[in-house]
Design a protein around this ligand. Structure first.
Ligand code: AMP
Ligand code: MN
Ligand code: MN
Ligand code: MN
Length: 287
């Protein structure tokens, strides 16, 4: 029975403003075609897609949630915090994203240098500029370049062979601690969501410690439904979320149409008995 609530919800995906390949409007069209009724575009450290769509949000065929995926750090590891319902024009938040942009720029220069000096690839800056399509530069663009240059057969292998910790083109990122990212997201009215918790390769006890701190710093929800997560992992996350009063979010983490296993709206169901994060948006918006 439908109560008029959106049934197909995807709160994690990327446009060409970060490392996705579709424009914001193409994402909306594809999501709508896939029957998605509520979508958050969560580019890495960028709200350009939100900006581009904001003036016409009332005419879109679905509810657009202004959002971002903030690159962060916890105990020396890259951790991603999704900010949902952020105020993309909030001056402090805009300034924070500008700092993230600078960090990406500096890290990008270092990577260019490594690919040119160590891997003897020519005109890396120019090639990356084409791949990034004017958006922010992500390591996945470098991975794509390594594939284009026949140094790796796919993006995953480009990461494990060249870009991973200890490999020839590894770089350390200087991302803010999760406490700062959460404070920035909540400071502009957003809800902080721990992105894809099972993808960090943490032991159960370390993941528990991460979630405990995430919650203590003001985090509001855990992603619990995304491609690749299994039922046992979902049950475990649901248990921890209940313990800390956290809600649950779901998202495909869609980047490219050819990644058919992570298409928009194609997300496993959430475990039963979780508090869903989008209730907060629905109660705020007029019927
Ligand atoms: P960055 O934020 O620039 O460090 O880039 C991180 C992005 O690279 C992630 O959001 C993924 O899209 C991609 N990525 C990271 N590690 C891998 C991997 N092992 N295989 C494929 N893509 C990856
Ligand atoms: Mn990405
Ligand atoms: Mn991520
Ligand atoms: Mn993502």
């Amino acid at each position: 029975m439908s109560l008029g609530l959106p049934t197909k919800i995807d709160l994690h995906c990327h446009s060409h403003y970060s490392d996705g390949s579709l424009s914001p409007q193409e994402l909306i069209d594809r999501a709508h075609n896939n029957s998605v009724e509520m979508l958050a575009i969560t580019d890495h450290d960028s709200v350009e897609a939100v900006k581009e769509l904001w003036d016409k949000k009332a005419e879109l065929p679905l509810t657009l949630i202004p959002a971002v995926e903030v690159s962060s750090s916890w105990e020396g590891r890259d951790i991603h915090i999704v900010g949902l319902n952020v105020d993309h024009q909030h001056p402090e938040f805009v300034q924070f994203l500008e700092q993230q942009f600078s960090k990406r720029h500096e890290r990008g220069l270092l990577l260019i240098e490594k690919l040119e000096a160590r891997l003897k690839i020519e005109q890396v800056a120019e090639k990356i500029a084409v791949l990034a399509k004017g958006g922010i530069v992500c390591r996945s663009h470098f991975a794509q370049l390594l594939v284009d240059e026949d140094r790796a057969s796919d993006i995953r292998r480009a990461f494990s062979k060249f870009l991973a910790k200890g490999k020839i083109a590894a770089v350390t990122s200087n991302w803010p601690d999760i406490s700062e990212s959460i404070a920035q997201i909540t400071g502009c009215g957003g809800i902080a969501v721990l992105a894809h918790p099972t993808r960090y390769k943490l032991s159960n006890s370390r993941l528990y410690a991460l979630i405990e701190q995430f919650s203590r710093f003001g985090g509001g929800a855990l992603e619990m439904a995304y491609p690749g997560i299994d039922k046992a992992q979902q049950r475990r996350l649901a248990r921890i979320a209940r313990e800390f009063g956290l809600a649950a979010s779901r998202g495909s983490d869609f980047h490219h149409p050819w990644q058919v296993w992570a298409d928009l709206g194609k997300v496993p169901p959430l475990p039963a008995d979780v508090k869903v994060v989008w209730e907060a948006f629905i109660s705020k918006s007029p019927c």
